[in-house]
Design a protein around this ligand. Structure first.
Ligand code: HXC
Length: 265
C-alpha cells in the first residue's frame, strides 16, 4: 500500500451510486484515485455518475442491477473483477424508505425495505468479502445506516429494523473477518440534503422545517461531507478500526428536545 496515495489502484464498489450520498461517495473516491464501480437499478443514473468520474479522469464502471437479487449481486462483483482485476472495498449505500406507521404497513412494504436494506447488504457483503478472501488482500466494507437503528423512530419500523440488522451484521462479521484483514464499519448520517431523502422523509416545506429544527447544528448535512467521512472509514490508514459506527448528524439524536431549555449564547 502507498500510504501517501492510499486509494490508487484500489477498486471500490458503491451500491446506489447513481444519486445522493452514493454518488457523492463515488465521486469523492474517484477524486482520490480509486477505480469506482457504481451499482444500482437505474442505468441512466449510474451513467451520470460514471460521466462525472470519467470527466475528472477517474476509471469507472456502471453495473445496472438490484441488490435484492443475490445472483445479480454476484454477477456485478464478477464484472468488477473482470474489468479491474480485484475488489478492495464496498459501500453498502443502496436503500429504500418511506414513512408509514407500522400498524398500517403492508407485508409487501415491509418486505421491499427489508429486502433492499438488510438482505441486499448481506448479499453484497457476502459476494465482496468472498472475493477479498480469494484475493488474500483484505479490504473494507462500509454500510450506510441511520441513528434510528438504535433509538428507533415512529414511522420507520421497516427501515429501523433493517438498519439495526445491518449494524449487528457489521459487528458480527467484523470479528469473523478480522483475521483476513477485512474490516467492516457503518456510518450513520443524519438528515442529508439529497433528492431521495427529501422526497421520502421531508416531502413538504413544513416537514423540512420540522426536521431542520430537530438538528442542534441547525442545518442538513452536505452529501460531500458524508463522503469525506466515508473515505476516512474506507482508508487503509484506519485499518485498526472495525465493527464500529460513525454518527454524523449535527447532534440530532443526542439533542432530542423534551424540556424547554433556552439555547445558550
Ligand atoms: C406506504 C408504500 C410506500 C409509501 C411503497 N409502499 N411506498 N406504502 N407509503 N410511500 C409499499 C407499496 O404499497 C407496496 O405494498 C410495497 O411498498 C412495495 O411497493 P413498490 O412500489 O412495488 O416499490 P418497490 O420498488 O418494490 O420498493 C419500494 C421502495 C422504493 C423500497 C421504497 O421506492 C425504493 O427503493 N426507493 C429508493 C429511494 C428511496 O427510498 N430513497 C430514500 C432513502 S432515504 P403493497 O402492499 O401495496 O403491494 C433513507 C434515509 C434514512 O433511507 C435516514 C434518515 C436520517
Amino acid at each position: 500500500m502507498n500510504s501517501a496515495q492510499p486509494y490508487t489502484d484500489r477498486t471500490i464498489i458503491v451500491t446506489g451510486g447513481g444519486s445522493g450520498i452514493g454518488q457523492a461517495i463515488a465521486v469523492a473516491l474517484g477524486d482520490v484515485g480509486a477505480r469506482v464501480v457504481v451499482a444500482g437499478r437505474s442505468e441512466d443514473k449510474l451513467q451520470e455518475t460514471v460521466a462525472l468520474l470519467v470527466g475528472k479522469g477517474a476509471e469507472a464502471l456502471a453495473v445496472p442491477m438490484n441488490v435484492r437479487d443475490p445472483e445479480a449481486v454476484q454477477l456485478m462483483v464478477d464484472r468488477a473483477v473482470e474489468r479491474f482485476g480485484r475488489v478492495d472495498g464496498l459501500v453498502n449505500n443502496a436503500a429504500g424508505n418511506f414513512i408509514c406507521p407500522g400498524i398500517d404497513l403492508s407485508p409487501n412494504g415491509w418486505g421491499a425495505v427489508v429486502d433492499t436494506v438488510l438482505n441486499g447488504t448481506f448479499y453484497c457483503t457476502r459476494a465482496v468479502t468472498r472475493q477479498m478472501r480469494a484475493q488474500g488482500t483484505g479490504g473494507a466494507v462500509l454500510s450506510v445506516i441511520a441513528s434510528y437503528a438504535w433509538h428507533g423512530h415512529p414511522g420507520t419500523v421497516h427501515s429501523a429494523a433493517a438498519k439495526a440488522g445491518v449494524l449487528a451484521m457489521t459487528r458480527t462479521l467484523a470479528v469473523e473477518l478480522a483475521p483476513m484483514g477485512i474490516r467492516l464499519n457503518c456510518i450513520a448520517p443524519g438528515p442529508t440534503e439529497t433528492e431521495g431523502a427529501g422526497a421520502a422523509l421531508w416531502p413538504t416545506e413544513e416537514d423540512r422545517q420540522r426536521v431542520l429544527s430537530s438538528v442542534p447544528a441547525g442545518r442538513f448535512a452536505d452529501p460531500a461531507e458524508v463522503a469525506d467521512a466515508a473515505l476516512f472509514l474506507l482508508d487503509p490508514r484506519t485499518s485498526y478500526l472495525t465493527g464500529d459506527v460513525l454518527t454524523l448528524d449535527g447532534g440530532q439524536w443526542l439533542g432530542k428536545k423534551v424540556y424547554g431549555v433556552p439555547t445558550p449564547g
